[in-house]
Design a protein. Structure first.
Length: 244
């Protein structure tokens, strides 16, 4: 389905307010990344008291970004070429993300209270007729929008699905967003190109209302391992919904 991959994102939610760039925390983290092509950076996290420095790692040649915020650690892979093909397959990303996130939590003696995994991308360009057919399939419009169909729109649905990973079973949020978007694709290596496409974002995450730190490294591994199958099934369902 994806003709252009925008982002893979894996997250763990932790209480990391005290984790800042200093000699107490950096040695353990640097040890975790010593064999990888990652560069240590400092990022500024907005707070009500002003920006606060946080630890981050990037790998410009591969498109990886790892940000250790005060409430969540985000491990992402971003496009470095025009079609996002450097993101590779989702399964490989989830395996690596599981390792990096779990190792970082262990090194900092943190236990996550929530897990999430996201993939985002755009489809091949379609005709205006196809776009109008899809938007009329998804929405019921008032008269003014029936007479002149919108050229930008966004549809989102989230439900709860009970899922098992490792020794845990709990409800998970399953979110799908389908949008028609226009703009320019750009990066640091190639010139901008205009686009008008359908964007599809998929997000599966554990129940946010349960704030108890409870996910062990095996739970994290099982979640991201199973997330590949969960995403694949949702991806196929959305693809059939769009194309049929």
């Amino acid at each position: 389905m994806y003709a252009f991959k925008l982002r893979y994102l894996a997250s763990i939610f932790v209480n990391a307010e005290s984790i800042v760039p200093n000699n107490k925390y950096l040695p353990n983290l640097l040890e975790q990344f010593s064999t990888d092509d990652f560069q240590l950076i400092t990022v500024q996290e907005p707070t009500t008291q002003g920006a606060k420095p946080r630890i981050g790692f990037i790998s410009p040649e591969q498109g990886f970004q790892f940000i250790l915020g005060s409430s969540r650690f985000d491990f992402a892979k971003l496009p470095i070429n025009q079609d996002g093909s450097n993101l590779g397959d989702f399964s490989t990303f989830c395996t690596l993300a599981s390792q990096k996130l779990s190792n970082a939590a262990h090194a900092l003696n943190l236990t996550p209270s929530r897990l999430a995994v996201v993939q985002e991308g755009m489809l091949e360009p379609q005709s205006e007729e196809d776009y109008n057919k899809l938007v009329k399939k998804i929405f019921v419009f008032p008269p003014s929008y029936q007479e002149s169909l919108p050229f930008e729109w966004s549809w989102k649905a989230v439900n709860k699905v009970a899922r098992t990973f490792g020794d845990i079973e709990e409800p998970t949020n399953t979110a799908a967003t389908i949008s028609r978007v226009a703009g320019f694709i750009s990066n640091q290596r190639e010139p901008e190109i205009p686009f008008d496409r359908i964007r599809v974002d998929l997000d599966i995450n554990t129940y946010p209302e349960n704030i108890i730190p409870r996910f062990s490294p095996p739970n994290i591994e099982e979640f991201f391992k199973n997330a590949v199958t969960w995403h694949s099934a949702l991806y196929k369902e959305i693809e059939e919904f769009i194309t049929n």
